[in-house]
Design a protein around this ligand. Structure first.
Ligand code: DQA
Length: 146
């Protein structure tokens, strides 16, 4: 079975409440249930933290546990060399996801320390960016998974 981790960074626990005109009005828990139903043959692990070091520890813990990671590092995307180093260090394919189109927003959101360490990035497609990333991993990894 394909095991994937969805890792959400700071303030993404507030999805549904936080700036709904940018991030939508659906909680991540609600969306995650739909996602799990949509991909019944994939085991989706889900983790959220507002703390940089906890995100790094979780990324490390993914080694040997999952085959791919979908990472929305929130604002740490634009600041964290440490998370970028973790992504580079764990040797797992990571897809960067952003719900909003970070390139169409403030200048400081246009830099991602993480993007260059990832397989690719999805930005601006709403929460469905997570589903697109899952589908990518199914298409590219499922045949390699025992
Ligand atoms: C975000 C974009 C980031 O710039 C922001 O800090 C977030 C959410 C997104 O999903 O659009 O927290 O990663």
């Amino acid at each position: 079975m394909l095991h994937l981790a969805i890792v959400n960074g700071p303030n993404l626990n507030l999805l549904g409440i936080r700036e709904p005109h940018i991030y939508g009005s659906q909680s991540f828990e609600h969306y995650f249930k739909q996602l799990a139903q949509r991909f019944p043959l994939v085991h989706l692990h889900c983790y959220q933290s507002n703390v940089e070091g906890e995100l790094i520890n979780y990324l490390h813990s993914c080694m040997g546990k999952v085959q791919g990671i979908i990472l929305n590092a929130g604002a740490y995307t634009h600041t964290s060399i440490a998370i970028a180093d973790a992504v580079a260090g764990i040797g797992l394919p990571v897809i960067e996801v952003h719900i909003s189109n970070v390139l169409a927003r403030e200048e400081y959101r246009k830099t991602s320390f993480i993007a260059a360490k990832c397989v690719g990035s999805i930005s601006g497609l709403g929460v469905d960016g997570y589903a697109l990333a899952v589908q990518y991993f199914i298409d590219t990894l499922a045949s390699k998974t025992p």
